[in-house]
Ligand binder design. Structure first.
Ligand SMILES: Cc1cc2nc3c(=O)[nH]c(=O)nc-3n(C[C@H](O)[C@H](O)[C@H](O)COP(=O)(O)OP(=O)(O)OC[C@H]3O[C@@H](n4cnc5c(N)ncnc54)[C@H](O)[C@@H]3O)c2cc1C
Length: 348
């Protein structure tokens, strides 16, 4: 049996940030990830100045291309941009395939390709799939994290579940302005048009799962309508729109419920459900929680849900969230008189 003081399940932003801090303190640590790195992660790749601060780098020191975003915010039913982006920090776009790999490399910690299936806890030791042992265990495996499933069995509140569709592609004709469209066609969420450096573009749409369950429009209907709108605004060509096949993913907002620690085990990032309540921003909370959990292992910080901010909007702008359309989400059943949804996305 191989032993490490700490094993981190998941090498996303949460896991690799935690790993780096432990390695800097000279601790023995291993990351496990089911994917072969570098891996794709459905994500708009919008990061704030706070992310760079927490990572202790300036945007100029980031070794890959990034774009400082000029942003526009649209609130339905108004067809024009109402105001600049009312978040607390400057905004940037990164490509997750580069960003996550960079975080792994700078951590200086090895990542082993291993899908974690079963974990035992005996005599103060965690044993992973009968092969690997550790004293401290960090669950950083995203929404479907096996550490959460096994040691934090409490159900996550369904009203906090977000589902999203996203596509990133090379589109040199894109312009350099990021656009966010809130509540379009009654969507309890928003769609985005986020330009990336080097001619890439990320399009996507996310909203409350309960909204989609009770709405006459499925998430795919909304995505198609969004593409139509972009074509109408001459932001996307019909040939490219026709080819787009988005990926689906689901995650949870920071409801403030449920423990993030048990015995010598912590949940960080999406496995804990930490994305901000207003814009579903998850990268920054993942990084912060990774740092705090590492601090707990090292015995010099306290990690609680309350220590992670749960709002992206500046104070004074919280009324925006109050505009989220109401939806009857109690049963999760579609009403009989509503059309069938388009093909269901494959949410991981
Ligand atoms: C469509 C979409 C758009 C988004 N846009 C933004 C945005 O613009 N800005 C923002 O801040 N946030 C955004 N988010 C949220 C953000 O992507 C997440 O909050 C963030 O990736 C969480 O990081 P993490 O490290 O917790 O998890 P992840 O990045 O999901 O990493 C988890 C890792 O765990 C691994 N893993 C999973 N299961 C196992 C297993 N059994 N064994 C081993 N390894 C496993 C996975 O392979 C993965 O590498 C978006 C989310 C979605 C779905």
């Amino acid at each position: 049996m191989e032993y490490y003081e700490t094993i981190i399940v998941g090498a996303g932003p949460a896991g690799s940030t935690c790993a780096r801090k432990l390695a800097q303190a000279g601790r023995s640590v291993l990351m496990l990830d089911k994917a072969t790195l570098p891996r794709l992660k459905p994500c708009a790749g919008w990061v704030t100045g706070e992310v760079w601060r927490d990572l202790e780098v300036t945007p100029g020191e980031y070794p890959h291309s990034l774009l400082k975003l000029s942003t526009r915010l649209y609130i339905a039913p108004f067809p024009f941009a109402l105001m600049p982006w009312p978040t607390r920090w400057a905004n940037y776009s990164i490509r997750r395939i580069e960003f996550d790999q960079w975080l792994v490399e700078r951590s200086g910690v090895a990542v082993r390709q291993h899908q974690v299936n079963h974990i035992d806890y005996q005599n103060d030791t965690y044993i992973i799939d009968g092969q690997l042992a550790c004293t401290y265990l960090i669950g950083a495996g995203g929404t479907g994290c096996p550490v959460r499933r096994q040691f934090f069995p409490r159900q996550r509140p369904p009203e906090d579940q977000i589902v999203a569709l996203e596509k990133e592609f090379y589109y040199p004709d894109r312009d350099g302005i990021a656009r966010y469209f809130l509540f379009d066609r009654g969507l309890a969420g928003y769609s985005w048009y986020v330009p990336k450096a080097d001619g890439y573009l990320n399009l996507g749409l996310g909203g409350f799962n309960r909204y989609f369950q009770s709405s006459s429009l499925s998430i795919h209907d909304h995505f198609q309508a969004f593409l139509q709108d972009l074509m109408g605004r001459r932001l996307l060509s019909p040939e490219v729109a026709d080819q787009l096949r988005p990926s689906g993913y689901s995650y949870y907002l920071a409801s403030g419920q449920g423990p993030v620690k048990q015995d010598r085990c912590w949940l960080i990032g999406d496995s804990a459900g930490l994305a901000t309540l207003d814009f579903g921003e998850g990268i920054s909370p993942a990084i912060k929680s990774g740092l705090l959990a590492a601090g707990e292992v090292l015995g010099n910080t306290v990690y609680t849900r309350g220590a992670i901010f749960n709002r992206s909007l500046r104070p004074g702008w919280q009324w925006l969230r109050g505009l989220v359309p109401r939806y009857s989400g109690g049963s999760g059943q579609r009403r009989e008189d509503q059309p069938e949804p388009l093909a269901r996305p494959n949410f991981h």
